[in-house]
Design a protein around this ligand. Structure first.
Ligand code: SF4
Length: 456
C-alpha cells in the first residue's frame, strides 16, 4: 500500500467523524447548492447550454495544437512573450528568470489553481520575493499557512468565527469581527500592495485563440488590479484552458458562473491581449504567458481520459460529491480534490501513488450529472481503477479477492451455497476496508432468492 494511500485512509477516517468540520462544510455547501440551483434555473434550456459548452471545449481540445499556435502568434504580435513549460520545474525556472531579469522583490497574485499546482508561492519565497495572495479566500488560507481547500472557494472549511479568530491572532483585529469589517481591513491592506508590487501573477480561466487573449473572471476586482497595477503581468495557464473564439465566452462565462457560484455572471470579466501599447498610459509594460503542460499531454493521449481536459474548474463536481463532503478537501493531498482531482491527480502525481483516489468513489454519478461541460467523470474513475490493476498497482490480496468475488457473484447458485452464518464470518475480513467506526451489515440466514422460493 502506498504511503499516500495509508495517509488518505488515516485522514479520511478522522475527518469524516469530525462533527465541527462536517457542520462547516454542510453549511457552506448548502448555501452554494441554493445559489447554484437559482443560477441553473435561469437557463430556459440548460441541457442545450451544456451540450454547446461541451462542443466548444471538445472542439478546442481536438484542435489544441493549432489553437495553441494561433494563440501564441496573436498574443506575441501584441507584445507578450510566450514560454512553453513541459513541467512544473520548467515553469518555476521561467518564473524565477523573469523575476530576476525584472529585479522583482514583490509579487501579487490573483487566484489561480495552476500556480498552486506548481507550488509557485513556496518557490518564489525561497529566492526572497514576497508573494501575496489577493483573492480574499486565498489570502485567508495563506495567512493561516494552509493550501486552498477547494478549487473555487479556498477557505470553505472555515466558518466566519474561525476567520475572525485567525485575523485577531495575526493582526490583532477585534475579536469576533464581522466579515464586512475584515473584508474592509484586507481591502485597505492590499491596495498598498497592488500599487507597490513589481509583478502581478494571474492564471487564465480561458485562453482565447482567435484574439490571443487571456480570459479572466472574478468577483473582487483583485484580478484586474493584479494585471493592471504592477509593471509586469505574468500569466501561468494550463494548455487545456483553450476556447477557439472570443464569442465562445458569451456562453462559457455565464455557464462557469452559474455552476461555480450560482451567479448570472461573475462581477469582473476581462480579456487581456498583451501589455500596454504605445497609445495607452496605464498597464504593465511587459507581459509573459507561461503555457504549462505538466502531464496534460499524457492525458491528451489517453482515449479514455482526454475529455477531462475540457474541465473549466467550476467546482460543481466537488460540491456534488458525497465523498468530498465527507473526507474534505485536504485529504486528497492534491491541488485538485473531489471527482476532477481523483481523475487527474493519478496522471499528475503517479497512478501507483494516487490510484486510491479513484477507488474512494461510490460511482453515484452525481459529478457527471452536474458537470457543465459533460465530462463523464465517474466513468474515468473506473478507467483509473482498471489501469491501476493492469499496470500492477493493486495488491495480491486485492486481485485474489476480486477473482473470488467475480466467481461467487457470477452465479446465484454459488452465492447461495454458503449459509448466512458462514457469510457473516467471512465478512469480518472486509471490516478493515470499512474503517473502525462502521458496522458490517449482517447477512440474513437465507438469501433473498431462497426466501422467495420458499414463499412461492
Ligand atoms: S469536471 Fe466539470 S464539474 Fe468538475 S470542475 Fe471541471 S467543469 Fe466543473
Amino acid at each position: 500500500m502506498s504511503h499516500q494511500k495509508k495517509e488518505f485512509l488515516k485522514d479520511s477516517d478522522q475527518i469524516a467523524f469530525d462533527k465541527r468540520h462536517r457542520a462547516t462544510i454542510n453549511f457552506n455547501i448548502a448555501k452554494y447548492d441554493a445559489a447554484v440551483e437559482r443560477g441553473r434555473n435561469r437557463y430556459s434550456d440548460l441541457a442545450l447550454a451544456r451540450e454547446r459548452a461541451s462542443y466548444i471545449k471538445s472542439k478546442a481540445i481536438n484542435g489544441l495544437h493549432d489553437y495553441l499556435i494561433e494563440f501564441e502568434q496573436k498574443i506575441t504580435a501584441n507584445g507578450a512573450e510566450v514560454i512553453w513549460a513541459e513541467d512544473s520545474g520548467m515553469a518555476i525556472d521561467a518564473v524565477q528568470k523573469i523575476l530576476y531579469e525584472n529585479q522583482s522583490r514583490t509579487l501579487v497574485k490573483s487566484k489561480s489553481m495552476t500556480t498552486e499546482e506548481i507550488d509557485l508561492n513556496e518557490h518564489v519565497e525561497k529566492i526572497g520575493v514576497e508573494c501575496l495572495e489577493t483573492d480574499l479566500g486565498e489570502y485567508i488560507v495563506q495567512i493561516a499557512g494552509e493550501k486552498p481547500y477547494h478549487i473555487v472557494t479556498p477557505a470553505m472549511h472555515k466558518s466566519k468565527e474561525d476567520i475572525a479568530a485567525l485575523f485577531h491572532e495575526k493582526f490583532d483585529t477585534p475579536e469576533n469581527s464581522t466579515p464586512e469589517f475584515l473584508t474592509d481591513y484586507v481591502r485597505e491592506l492590499l491596495r498598498n500592495k497592488f500599487v507597490n508590487s513589481d509583478v502581478g501573477v494571474t492564471g487564465a480561466n480561458f485562453l482565447v485563440a482567435d484574439v490571443g487573449g487571456i480570459g479572466l473572471t472574478e468577483n473582487e476586482g483583485n484580478g484586474m488590479m493584479t494585471f493592471s497595477f504592477p509593471k509586469v503581468h505574468l500569466v501561468i495557464a494550463g494548455i487545456e484552458k483553450m476556447v477557439p473564439s472570443f464569442k465562445d465566452l458569451g456562453l462559457m462565462w455565464p455557464l462557469l458562473a452559474a455552476h461555480g457560484t450560482g451567479q448570472q455572471i461573475t462581477v469582473y470579466n476581462s480579456v487581456v491581449t498583451g501589455p500596454k501599447n504605445e497609445k495607452e498610459k496605464d498597464g504593465p509594460g511587459k507581459m509573459y504567458v507561461i503555457l504549462l503542460d505538466n502531464k496534460r499531454s499524457e492525458l491528451y493521449q489517453s482515449d479514455d481520459h482526454y475529455e477531462v481536459l475540457k474541465c473549466i474548474r467550476c467546482g460543481a463536481c466537488l460540491n456534488a460529491c458525497p465523498i468530498y463532503k465527507n473526507v474534505g478537501g485536504y485529504t486528497y493531498d492534491s491541488t485538485y480534490g473531489g471527482p476532477i482531482g481523483s481523475v487527474i491527480t493519478p496522471f499528475y502525481k503517479g497512478l501507483g501513488k494516487y490510484n486510491h483516489l479513484s477507488s474512494a468513489c461510490s460511482v453515484c454519478g452525481a459529478c457527471t450529472e452536474v458537470c457543465p461541460v459533460k465530462i463523464p467523470l465517474h466513468n474515468m474513475l473506473l478507467y483509473n481503477r482498471r489501469d491501476a490493476v493492469e499496470q500492477g498497482h493493486s495488491t495480491f490480496a486485492w486481485n485474489a479477492g476480486m477473482k473470488a468475488f467475480k466467481y461467487a457473484f457470477s452465479k446465484r447458485k454459488r452465492l447461495d451455497m454458503l449459509s448466512g452464518k458462514t457469510k457473516n464470518k467471512l465478512a469480518v475480513f472486509g471490516k478493515d476496508g470499512l474503517g473502525k467506526k462502521k458496522e458490517i451489515p449482517r447477512f440474513a440466514d437465507k438469501s433473498f432468492s431462497q426466501q422467495w422460493k420458499n414463499k412461492s
